[in-house]
Design a protein around this ligand. Structure first.
Ligand SMILES: [Zn+2]
Length: 417
């Protein structure tokens, strides 16, 4: 029996004829695959690239985790799904509002739609903050599962569709700051594929290693080697395997190893007075040890007395700034939800991060590591790799470009034989 498939945000997804696995390698800058292929660290990925399909695609700006996970899983840009960072500023209350919960998500996900049409789906994440957003509106009654490795020991059939996860996966509960947090997600996906009939899996990892280690460093190589072996196992189970990332990663440090930061709130306070505007760093969440809440993209919200054009003039003159946009231009250029956008968007160059006020950022968690982070235009390039060749129509679409990372479910479900 051929089932009808689903339609979401203008894209038709056929019913998967084999299990489809999309892996979001958090912080998986294309440079890691390039280096890994060259050094023989990722033989399975190298094989996929040769016999399947490989390209570098455009992710969304801001190149942060939540917006891009939601773009990938809804097949649409943030203007449609509504998630443009971890935070935005409520203009009426002046409060920063967390955007990582399911409440502000304006679209169903592809996983939710398939689960509601009777497919068996898994959405597994490393950090629990993403889990509820990815699982929004998923129907778990038919065997679908939604959990995080962070909270794997708390899973119940009712809320997560699975219990006794540590036993099922055969790994101890991983530390939040460890490569195992991601490897646990992949192992869970493999075991689900081995033991249950699944149609669709979304496995979203964490970028702990990429924040700390550059391509080619032994710790990065070890992580990529471990991931690659698991990609090989997914492939051997007959799945269509698609690999992408939410964002890339760049070193934003001075030659002496200290973080290279523009303290934008301090600069604007000096120029316009305290309280005239608020700089929001949308990378901020509970887990900032590895980046100190410093990214390459910030939003400035201006009080009525301050003209955004004056802020833009000051921001443009700061060395290390790549782009400055007003609210409407940012929303249009980067396909972001206008109602949640700041009055001014400031984006750093590849080698520069932007923070708010120096006193509000805790950089002690870096503990001598160079600052590696993301958020800007320069971290929006991501890998787009499939383990099977594309059908002619999709090969033509990829060649015509631009290829967007949020097309990966479309390509993995509809685009391969
Ligand atoms: Zn990320």
């Amino acid at each position: 029996m051929t089932r009808a498939g689903i339609e979401l945000n203008g894209v038709r997804y056929r019913w998967p004829s084999r299990p489809v696995v999309v892996v979001c390698i958090d912080g998986g800058d294309p440079a890691y695959f390039d280096r890994g292929v060259r050094d023989g660290v990722v033989p399975n990925v190298a094989r996929f690239m040769k016999t399947g399909f490989a390209a570098v695609a455009d992710g969304d700006v801001p190149s942060f985790t939540c917006p891009n996970n939601m773009s990938i899983t809804t097949g649409s840009p943030p203007a449609v799904h509504g998630i443009s960072g971890n935070f935005y500023l409520n203009r009426e209350t002046g409060e920063a509002v967390v955007m990582t919960g399911p409440e502000l998500l304006r679209s169903h996900t592809i996983m939710a739609e398939f689960s509601r049409h009777g497919a068996t789906v898994a959405a597994i994440t490393a950090k629990d903050k993403l889990r509820r957003q990815l699982g929004k509106a998923m129907d778990l009654a038919g065997g679908s599962v939604n959990f995080s490795s962070e909270c794997a020991e708390q899973c119940t059939l009712e809320e997560h569709g699975i219990e006794n996860v540590l036993e099922f996966v055969g790994m101890p509960l991983p530390d939040i700051y460890s490569p195992e947090l991601s490897l646990f997600v992949l192992e869970a996906g493999i075991r689900l594929l081995e033991r249950r009939r699944l149609d669709l899996l979304y496995l979203s990892l964490t970028d702990y290693i990429q924040h700390k280690y550059a391509p080619g460093e032994p710790e990065a190589d070890r992580y990529y080697q471990n991931m690659d072996a698991m990609f090989g196992r997914l492939d051997a189970l007959g799945a269509a395997v698609a690999l992408t990332a939410d964002h890339g990663m760049n070193d934003k440090s001075n030659p002496d190893g200290s973080p290279k930061v523009i303290w934008l709130q301090d600069i604007l306070d000096t120029r316009f007075g305290k309280g005239a505007c608020t700089v929001v760093c949308p990378i901020t969440d509970r887990f900032v040890a590895h980046h100190g809440a410093l990214g390459g993209f910030v939003r400035v919200y201006c009080r009525a007395s301050l003209d955004p054009a004056d802020v833009m003039k000051v921001a443009r003159a700061i060395p290390g700034v790549e782009a400055v946009c007003d609210r409407a231009t940012a929303a249009e250029r980067f396909e972001l939800p206008f109602d949640r956008e700041g009055d001014v968007v400031v984006i750093g160059r590849a080698d520069t991060s932007i923070g708010a006020s120096e006193k509000d950022h805790d950089l002690s968690g870096l503990r001598g590591h160079r600052l590696r982070t993301h958020g800007g235009i320069s971290e929006a390039k991501v890998p787009f790799v499939l383990n099977r060749p594309l059908r002619a129509e999709y090969a033509a679409r990829a060649a015509a470009g631009p290829l967007r990372s949020y097309q990966i479910f479309d390509f993995a479900i509809n685009g391969v034989e």
